[in-house]
Design a protein around this ligand. Structure first.
Ligand SMILES: [Zn+2]
Length: 344
């Protein structure tokens, strides 16, 4: 296994910081005295339900999965029966994070937010807010434009905390990988609130793409697990977190679809973060109904991506590519870390 010098140094720092809790994704049979694991349930496409005790967070999932012809020339509609069937209970979830506003990330969100997650606010770009304003039944106060809060690899952005104070998240300026031959489909911004929800894939414009830094906190406000999440592959350094605040990233959630179109992805990101765990999402063919046999998303060599990733992760780190509905359990660090005083 190849590991960069920087990765090795970071891994060594993690180990000496008591961070190497011996966690094993997917096999965290907690014994007495172990901290409760954080549960990552993969929902398909960009969707993850992340739970730790009573704290929970959702990243925008997608269950409707219309076929290629419908996406190309037809009218799209949320398959409410599919959402009802495949979405686990999320009634207590206070926040839904959206990385970009393409149909396969945002189209099911209005329905699931109204019916299944009535207490959740929805965080994303101004384009995301303006698109969802097209649903008159969705309270506009639940839609949060976070573009002005975004950080990048040069400077931190601002954190938003959930009401219970157990999770905080920071948007990061990222980008959307081209779909094919350098072309980005459905690319653009929506500047004014829509009067109705889009009916065609081409109306779900991506808007500025965001990555997310997500911290799970203990009762004292110390970070027990840090996650870097992307719902689109990006070229470095887009989507990178701000300069290190002393708290390592434990888990990266990578976007497999389109990874071959984003030069340098995920190499530079994984080498910079040296995570203990890598979770692979958005890898299955989302042009097929959820209950059909799984197969990789067209145009992406999923196995090659996994092999490359194996050579990038630090020694002892692990990658998991769950199937939709599967839960990966990851133990928090044994030594929780207090956020730096400069953290907003
Ligand atoms: Zn997209």
């Amino acid at each position: 296994m190849r590991a960069s010098r920087r990765g090795l140094i970071l891994a060594a720092l993690l180990a000496t910081a008591g961070a190497a809790a011996g966690a094993t994704a997917g096999a965290a049979a907690a014994s007495a005295g172990d901290p409760e694991p954080v549960a990552f349930t993969y929902l398909g496409a960009g969707g993850w339900l992340i739970r730790h005790g009573d704290a929970a967070l959702l990243t925008a999932p997608f269950f409707s999965n219309p076929g290629l012809v419908e996406v190309g020339v037809g009218r799209l509609q949320t398959d409410t029966a599919a959402v009802d069937r495949f979405l686990p209970p999320v009634a207590d979830v206070p926040a839904i994070l959206v990385g970009h506003a393409h149909y396969d990330h945002l189209m099911d969100v209005p329905y699931l937010a109204r019916v299944h997650a009535p207490g959740a606010r929805i965080y994303g770009s101004r384009t995301m807010v303006n698109l969802l304003r097209g649903d008159p039944a969705l309270d506009p106060d639940r839609l949060v434009d976070v573009e002005a809060l975004a950080g990048d690899h040069t400077a931190p952005g601002l954190w938003t905390s959930t009401p219970d104070g157990r999770i905080r998240f920071m948007p990061l300026r990222s980008e959307h990988a081209p779909h094919l031959f350098g072309i980005r489909l459905y690319h653009g911004e929506v500047d004014t609130p829509r009067s109705r929800l889009p009916e065609r894939a081409s109306e779900w414009l991506d808007g500025p793409t965001l990555a997310w830094l997500i911290d799970f906190l203990d009762e004292d406000g110390d970070v027990v697990l840090r996650i870097h999440y992307q719902d689109s592959a990006s070229r470095p350094p887009r989507g990178f977190p701000p300069p290190h605040d002393g708290i390592p990233v434990d888990v990266v959630i990578l976007c497999t679809a389109g990874s071959g179109e984003a030069e340098g992805y995920p190499d530079a990101l994984v080498e910079a973060l040296a995570p203990r765990h890598a979770l692979l999402g958005h890898w299955e063919d989302f042009f097929r109904p959820m209950d059909w046999p799984l197969r990789p998303v067209p145009g992406t060599d999923v196995q090659a991506f996994e092999q490359r990733l194996a050579g990038l992760l630090p020694e002892g780190s692990e990658q998991v590519r769950p199937v939709p509905g599967e839960t990966v359990r990851i133990r928090p660090r044994t030594g929780a870390q207090r956020p730096a005083p400069s953290s907003p």
